[in-house]
Each structure stands twice: as C-alpha cells, then as structure tokens.
Design a protein around this ligand. Structure first.
Ligand SMILES: [Zn+2]
Length: 74
C-alpha cells in the first residue's frame, strides 16, 4: 500500500501598511504585508506562521528590515 503525504501551504494576506524607511535602490516607499501561513498535512493543520514581508512600491523588490528604520534588500 502506498501512502501519499500532502503538505499544502495556504497563505492569507491579513493586511498591508506603509512602513517607515525608503527603498535602498530607488528611494521608493516601503510597504509591509502581514501574511498568515497555514501548513496542512493530510488535512490536519500543523502550523500557523505569521510573517511580515516588505516590498518596495516602486521597483517591487523584496526587502528585509535590517533594523527598525532601514530596510535592505535580500
Ligand atoms: Zn525600490
């Protein structure tokens, strides 16, 4: 008998807001997006992860918040 394991990640956007700081590449505005991730294993939810991701609104680069006021690129 062969068992099949399926892991599914469901990501849900919880909200977005303008973050402090500017993009180091184009000085554009930085937006913070809160994402809730659910990992499912055979229909059983196994973890919930809340992430905050940062993106530049001008050049769309993914940014990492290095400290509270200075976002930097990956
Ligand atoms: Zn930018």
């Amino acid at each position: 008998m062969r068992l099949m394991f399926v892991c599914i990640e469901e990501a849900k956007e919880l909200g977005r807001q303008v973050a402090t700081g500017a993009c180091p590449h184009c000085e554009g505005k930085v937006i913070a997006i809160d994402i809730e991730s659910k990992w499912k294993f055979c229909c059983l939810p196994i973890s919930y992860v809340d992430k905050r991701k940062y993106f530049c609104t001008l050049c769309s680069r993914r940014l990492v918040l290095y400290d509270h006021y200075q976002p930097w690129c990956d």
